[in-house]
Design a protein around this ligand. Structure first.
Ligand code: AMP
Ligand code: TRP
Length: 332
């Protein structure tokens, strides 16, 4: 039986953090054995907000290295840069013919960007979801491992697929959000303000490139409070976030100890954070060290990118030929 096709991408806009790791990469690693996987660095998407030519290559190579260091095997999956697959922008152009200004302007991520950068509301930003749909549909993927924040984009990808199918002929499957163990993991910033992200609030974000001391410092500063005053109290979301991080990195017995202390109102957050800081530092260390080694080996990273692009283009060219034919673009 042929394996189901999976696509996902990460923008090369900065250092990867725990949100990227637990929200996305960990899923990729678990999927690589049983699915036909296409994972890529979304460098065109990065250009919508991060157009500095001097930083682009370093950012792309870092994202690549951090994915491999987290356990992705370039022999098992197609691991590539979006800009190495010209069939993607071609499909993007074709899909743009049935993407409408009104619906694109309504997308919450677009509205956020308009608010954040009123001086840079470019067409690439407006059509971001169309390019993302092209990334996915180019391999006719059915499953897309992404965090909760990408669900709306996925819905749009399904709309674009349906429109194409309705206008021409049944061609694209409708891609669905996928999480390996059905968990919607969302990692909040350590100060409790919003989600961890690459570009905001670096002091409250743990990056895969942070050293042990920095990780410990950041965790020891994480927001807590005076503790619960009645047994089995509901946890504030910033405390829940610390327990989630502990659940993801510490031994289950350790989490149980702190959870029961919480429920009995005798938890000392300082102790909990010290333990979490130790366990988190030990968790991130091998990833950071492996990624740093890989980034020194440009020849290897280039080889991996080339090989990934070849695999991705083999699949993409079949789709683009089919789409062009259905649209009537076949003159010879
Ligand atoms: P981005 O950093 O926005 O390019 O996101 C890359 C992937 O990481 C996407 O699948 C996001 O859903 C996921 N992601 C980003 N930030 C978080 C977070 N704080 N918690 C969980 N998942 C996240
Ligand atoms: N928009 C995604 C994000 O910000 C990144 C992305 C681009 C993506 N193209 C994709 C994710 C295709 C999954 C599939 O996280």
């Amino acid at each position: 039986m042929s394996k189901e096709i999976v696509v996902s991408g990460i923008r090369s806009t900065g250092h990867l953090h725990l949100g990227n790791y637990f929200g996305a990469i960990q899923n990729y690693v678990m999927m690589q054995e049983n699915y036909d996987c296409y994972f890529f660095v979304a460098d065109y998407h990065a250009l919508t907000t991060h157009p500095d030519p001097k930083e682009l290559k370093t950012n792309v190579f870092r994202v690549l290295a951090e994915n491999i260091a987290s356990g992705l095997d370039p022999e098992k999956v197609a691991l590539y840069a979006q800009s190495d697959v010209p069939e993607i922008p071609e499909l993007y152009l074709l899909l743009n013919m049935s993407a409408y200004k009104g619906e694109l302007e309504k997308v919450p991520t677009f509205k956020d960007k308009v608010r954040q950068h009123p001086d840079n509301v470019n067409a690439g930003l407006l059509t971001y979801p169309v390019l993302m749909a092209a990334d996915i549909l180019i391999h006719r993927a059915v499953k897309v491992p992404v965090g909760k924040d990408q669900e709306q984009h996925l819905e749009m990808a399904r709309n674009f697929a349906q429109r194409f199918n309705g206008r021409y002929s049944e061609f694209f499957p409708e891609p669905q959000v996928f999480r390996f163990n059905n968990d919607t993991v969302k990692i909040m910033s350590l100060d409790g303000n919003g989600k961890m992200s690459k570009s905001e609030n670096a002091n409250n974000t743990i990056f895969l490139s942070d050293d042990d001391d920095l990780i410990k410092k950041k965790i020891m500063k994480a927001k807590t409070d005076a503790g619960p005053t009645e047994p089995n109290a509901v946890m504030p979301d910033y405390i829940q976030n610390l327990f989630l991080l502990m659940h993801l990195t510490s031994k289950p017995e350790i989490v149980d100890i702190y959870r029961s202390q919480y429920n009995n109102c005798n938890i000392r957050y300082g102790d909990m954070k010290k333990q979490l800081a130790e366990d988190m530092a030990a968790f991130v260390r091998p990833i950071r060290e492996h990624a740093a080694e890989l980034q020194k080996d440009e020849a290897l990273l280039k080889k991996i990118l080339k090989q990934g692009a070849e695999k991705a283009r083999a699949s993409a060219s079949v789709t683009i030929d089919g789409a062009r034919k259905l649209m009537g673009i076949n003159y010879y």
